[in-house]
Design a protein around this ligand. Structure first.
Ligand SMILES: NC(=O)c1ccc[n+]([C@@H]2O[C@H](COP(=O)([O-])OP(=O)(O)OC[C@H]3O[C@@H](n4cnc5c(N)ncnc54)[C@H](OP(=O)(O)O)[C@@H]3O)[C@@H](O)[C@H]2O)c1
Length: 212
C-alpha cells in the first residue's frame, strides 16, 4: 500500500485545502464531489494544482486512504461496501445550519466520528483535520522544526491508521497530537473549546488538560 496516496471526497473549502497541502507534501491526490470530474477540474487545477479530479467510484477503487471532507448530512449518500478495510479520515463536523436538525450526528455524548464508524463498520475511521478552519490550514503549514508550528489533534482506534495519520499531519506541516480512542474526538467538535483551535502544542495541551 502507498501511504502517500490519498483520495479526498468533497471538493469544497476544506477538501481543496487538504488537496493543496497533500500535493505540496508530495502525495498523490485524487479529489471528488457529487458532480462529474469535468465540473470541478478547473477549480482543482487552480486551487490544488497537481491533484486529480475524479468521480467518487474511481476515487474509492484507487485509494486505500480516503479523507471525508463533505457535509456530514451528505455522507449517507455514499454508504456502500467500497469503504471496507480502508483508512477513512473523517474531517467532517455536524453543523446544523448546513446539515439540518434532522441529520443530527451530534448527541453531545459521543463523537460524530463514532457514528461514521458505526455506519462504516469495516473501515478504520480516524477523526482528524476537523478542528482547524480551512484558512488557517492553508496559512499555517510549516516545515518540521520551524518555530510556531500549529497542532492538528486527532483520535482513533486503529494502530496502523494512527501511525499513518501521524505521518500525514507531519507531512502536511503541523504537529500531530493523538488524543486517544475515537470517542475522544468529541473534544475537537463544535461546542468544544478546542473547536477552531489554531494553536501551538503547549497552548493546545493546556486547554486539553482543563477539560474533563
Ligand atoms: N470549512 C472549514 O474550514 C472546515 C474545517 C474543518 C472541517 N470542516 C468540515 O468539512 C466538511 C466540508 O466542509 P466545507 O467547508 O469544505 O464545505 P463546502 O465548501 O460546502 O464543500 C463541500 C463539498 O462536498 C461536496 N459534496 C456534497 N455532497 C457530496 C456527495 N454526496 N459526494 C461527494 N461530494 C459531495 C460538495 O460538492 P458538490 O455539491 O458539487 O458535490 C463540495 O465540494 C464539513 O463537514 C465541515 O464541517 C470544514
Amino acid at each position: 500500500m502507498n501511504d502517500k496516496k490519498i483520495g479526498i471526497i468533497g471538493a469544497g473549502k476544506l477538501g481543496l485545502t487538504l488537496a493543496q497541502l497533500g500535493v505540496q507534501a508530495g502525495y498523490e491526490v485524487m479529489i471528488a464531489s457529487s458532480r462529474a470530474p469535468e465540473a470541478i477540474a478547473l477549480t482543482v487545477d487552480v486551487l490544488a494544482p497537481g491533484a486529480l479530479a475524479v468521480d467518487t467510484a474511481t476515487l474509492l477503487s484507487a485509494n486505500e486512504t480516503v479523507i471525508l471532507a463533505l457535509p456530514l448530512s451528505k455522507f449517507s449518500h455514499l454508504l456502500d461496501d467500497s469503504f471496507s478495510h480502508k483508512l477513512v479520515i473523517d474531517a467532517m463536523n455536524y453543523w446544523w445550519e448546513v446539515d439540518g436538525q434532522e441529520n443530527n450526528f451530534s448527541d453531545g455524548a459521543s463523537s460524530s466520528s463514532e457514528k461514521v464508524q458505526q455506519l462504516l463498520p469495516d473501515a478504520r475511521v480516524i477523526k482528524a483535520f476537523n478542528h482547524m478552519g480551512y484558512h488557517d490550514l492553508a496559512d499555517e503549514a510549516r516545515a518540521k522544526g520551524e518555530a510556531k508550528r500549529k497542532v492538528i489533534a486527532f483520535a482513533g482506534n486503529d494502530e496502523a491508521g494512527i501511525a499513518q495519520v501521524t505521518t500525514m499531519i507531519e507531512d502536511f506541516g503541523f504537529d500531530p497530537l493523538f488524543l486517544g480512542p475515537l470517542a475522544e474526538g468529541i473534544k475537537l467538535e463544535p461546542g468544544s473549546e478546542l473547536f477552531g483551535a489554531n494553536l501551538e502544542k503547549a497552548a493546545f495541551v493546556s486547554i486539553l488538560q482543563k477539560m474533563k
